[in-house]
Design a protein. Structure first.
Length: 731
């Protein structure tokens, strides 16, 4: 056996001193990547390393980590010893995954270490492939901070972690168990319970899978956990479903936490607000970093406690009284898991009931309810929108939710499935629960403090802002939120207490994982911030930003209005098209829709003035600087195509085309007169075999060898052609 002590001893000691000495406020995380440190390479298959002496003082180390990668062998077993003790205090196994190096960790086997010690490491590299076995070690360190450790144990014979982490759709699941190691002295935030002794709680997983959108593509990944049984984790109530949130884009790791904490102080006492707890996460021996173990937005007794429509029997889903409530919805997602429903102006996704439980009658009911709510607001006389809808929409929850979104300038607010609302049985629509504030909020993606970002996107907001009674309530609720934030940011207040609770843990995290502020691919925000970005500098920036944001809102809340002019084109009460345009811009031809209507032809649009009169839309209509909502009504004339269309024919009677071709039928159709509007033409199709092609409006998709007969009709005129699909493959 060979002993190599000096170089790795220096490496380990420098990191241990950085982690475990000095006051919390004095030690700053370095902005350099861990990879800039010189690694230590082991090529012998077996040996012992004298790691030298460490002095931890009164601090009590709870787990030991090192960054490592192994190649040319199946695994390496590492054992660590204190002084002359025969039993190791930590065991780490590193598997050969050169494409996925990581930080490996070991709990200190039901003990804590403090004081001065000599440390030795024994290693064995198993099943080397020839003479090329190589173990590269970087950045060993100990950690102590008094937070729980969530240890996830995956049975990779039933599905690999690498496959799960490589699935952007989050469909790949892994299976196994997990342990929650809770240190002595830990206090649950929501119950106040203090653990006198260290406790390890074990749970069986139903599965674990990936979750999240932008964070999923980064090195520190978030996960969703489903347990076999409902469990109360760290005093947050019983449920099977949990999330572990990476907070990768939030170097302070506070944005989600403070949002939910502020909300719990601001919203009514019985409101469901997400609870979460900081935990270190390990997965099959790898240390993944500091996460928040979090509740999910779900219907349940210890979550959003409303009637659950998924509990209804099949026949009960047709009961008009039972299906009036228990709906959890969100603004439309890019990849919705639930059913999509549409009102004239907005699109929503249904979280619950899920698609397997969502009956046609339930869909009809909730779509109709939201449509009526919307029509009441938009059709109400100017200044009377709140009175028109307050028996259908809980105005206070709507305002409170809006103010929190504006307070943190959340760029995702009302634009993604992070924005939720729900309808209770025999009751109103309420907004919430709040979710997802770690990235594009609280100055996460930009340093600006000005503007009312959500006034344009919050559904139904524009008419409500023209109601003086609504604005008065909005300002009243802001005064309450402002007072909460003033106390929250005071010296030694809740913000400082949360920051202090993870002051040690964040150092462990950032010695093991990166931050997007250090990532070369994410330079946008880094360019406008100080070069030496640290945990403390980000805390200071966040706290300063919140103070300045509160001041700005307080000075401008009475003048709140949308940033854009909202333009609606309507046919009667039906909304044809809705868009937002810059104030002072011109409404051009490209902005005006061209709807179709059987038996009629569009002659133009007329602007509806506040007094109800109409003014014809000119070719370039300037936006009214004082208007937030402009309404244009479609104007029609009776149209009989037979009075204008003299002839309708295809250019040929038969066409030969390859399979998989996409054919715009209007390109092969001639009319007399030549400038006749072909949008009035309708098409039908017969296929042999039946599935060789399919029709979509004015286009036909050719799928495989066969024959297609297309008929074009307009009024009493008709024309036909044959398309012969001659090839199996085409361009």
């Amino acid at each position: 056996m060979k002993t190599h002590g000096n170089r790795i001893c220096i490496l380990i000691m420098s990191v241990l001193i950085l982690i475990l000495t000095g006051s919390v406020s004095a030690v700053k995380v370095r902005a350099e990547s861990p990879e800039t440190e010189d690694p230590f390479t082991i090529t012998e298959t077996e040996g012992s390393l004298d790691l030298g002496q460490i002095d931890l003082g009164s601090r009590k180390a709870r787990f030991f980590c090192l960054k490592a990668e192994l190649s040319g062998a199946e695994r390496a077993d590492l054992s660590f010893y204190l002084d002359e003790e025969p039993e190791s205090f930590a065991e780490i196994t590193i598997y050969s995954m050169p494409s996925d190096p990581g930080t490996f960790a070991a709990l200190l086997q039901d003990r804590e270490i403090s004081g001065e010690h000599q440390i030795r490491m024994d290693y064995v590299i198993r099943e080397p492939e020839g003479s090329g076995a190589k173990l590269i070690l970087r950045k060993p360190f100990c950690a102590e901070d008094g937070l729980p450790v969530l240890e996830i144990c995956i049975d990779e014979t039933k599905g690999s972690i690498l496959d799960m982490n490589g699935d952007p759709e989050h469909e790949t699941k892994c299976f196994g168990s997990m342990k929650l190691h809770i240190p002595a002295g830990y206090q649950e935030e929501y119950t106040g319970e203090v653990y006198e002794d260290a406790v390890t709680e074990e749970y069986e997983l139903d599965y674990i899978r990936g979750r999240g959108n932008s964070t999923w593509g980064r090195s520190k990944k978030p996960y969703r956990i489903k347990l076999k049984d409902k469990e109360d984790l760290l005093g947050m109530g019983k449920d099977k479903n949990w999330a572990i949130i990476a907070n990768y884009y939030d170097m302070t790791m506070l944005r989600n936490k403070i949002t939910y904490d502020v909300a719990s102080r601001f919203l009514p006492e019985d409101t469901f607000v997400i609870q979460s707890a900081y935990v270190h996460v390990m997965m099959n021996g790898k240390y993944l970093g500091l996460y928040t173990l979090s509740e999910l937005v779900r219907i349940g007794k210890d979550r959003l406690d409303i009637d659950d429509l998924e509990d209804l029997e099949e026949e009960e889903r047709e009961d008009g009284d039972l299906i009036t409530g228990g709906y959890l919805l969100n603004m439309e997602s890019m990849n919705p898991e639930g059913k999509i429903i549409k009102t004239p102006r907005y699109t929503f996704a249904v979280d619950s009931p899920g698609p397997d439980h969502f009956s046609e009658k339930e869909e009809e009911y909730i779509t109709g309810y939201l449509t009526e709510l919307e029509e009441r607001i938009f059709e109400a006389p100017d200044g009377e929108a709140m009175a028109a809808c307050e028996d259908m929409l809980d105005i206070r929850s709507y305002i409170d939710h809006y103010l929190i979104q504006e307070l943190c300038l959340n760029g995702d607010a009302y634009k993604t499935d992070s924005t939720h609302f729900y309808k209770v049985r025999d009751g109103k629509v309420y907004f919430g629960p709040l979710w997802d504030f770690d990235y594009v909020s609280w100055a996460g993606d930009k340093p600006d403090v000005e503007g009312f970002l959500s006034a344009d996107w919050s559904p139904w907001m524009v008419p409500l802002l023209h109601d003086e009674s609504f604005r008065e309530l909005l300002e009243e609720r802001w005064e309450v939120l402002k007072e909460i934030m003033t106390e929250y940011l005071s010296d030694g207040g809740p913000f400082d207490r949360y920051a202090g609770s993870i002051a040690l843990a964040q150092r462990t995290n950032y010695h093991a994982v990166s931050s997007y502020l250090w990532d070369e691919e994410e330079t946008g925000l880094s360019e406008v911030l100080e070069e030496n970005i640290t945990f403390e500098s980000e805390l200071d920036r966040l706290k300063t930003w919140i103070r300045e944001r509160v001041t700005w809102i307080d000075e401008h809340i009475s003048g709140i209005r949308p940033q854009y002019v909202h333009v609606e084109f309507r046919d009667g009460t039906q909304v044809i098209y809705h868009q937002m345009l810059e104030r002072g811009s011109l409404l051009t031809e490209n902005d005006v829709p061209q709807p179709m209507k059987d038996g009629y032809r569009l002659t133009g649009f007329a602007r509806v003035k506040p007094d109800g009169s109409r003014e014809a839309l000119s070719e370039e209509d300037p936006m009214d600087e004082d208007a937030d909502l402009l309404v244009y009504q479609a104007e029609w004339e009776v149209f009989d195509p037979d009075t204008e269309l003299k002839e309708l024919k295809f250019t040929q009677e038969e066409y030969e085309m390859p399979s998989f071709a996409y054919v715009l039928l209007g390109d092969y159709l001639e009319t007399d007169p030549a400038d006749f509007d072909k949008r009035f033409v309708k098409y039908s199709m017969e296929c042999d075999p039946e599935d060789c092609a399919y029709l979509s409006d004015d286009a036909v998709n050719l799928m495989q060898r066969g024959e297609v007969r297309v008929t074009a009709s307009c009024g009493s005129r008709k024309a036909s052609c044959r398309i012969v699909i001659k090839e199996e493959d085409g361009e």
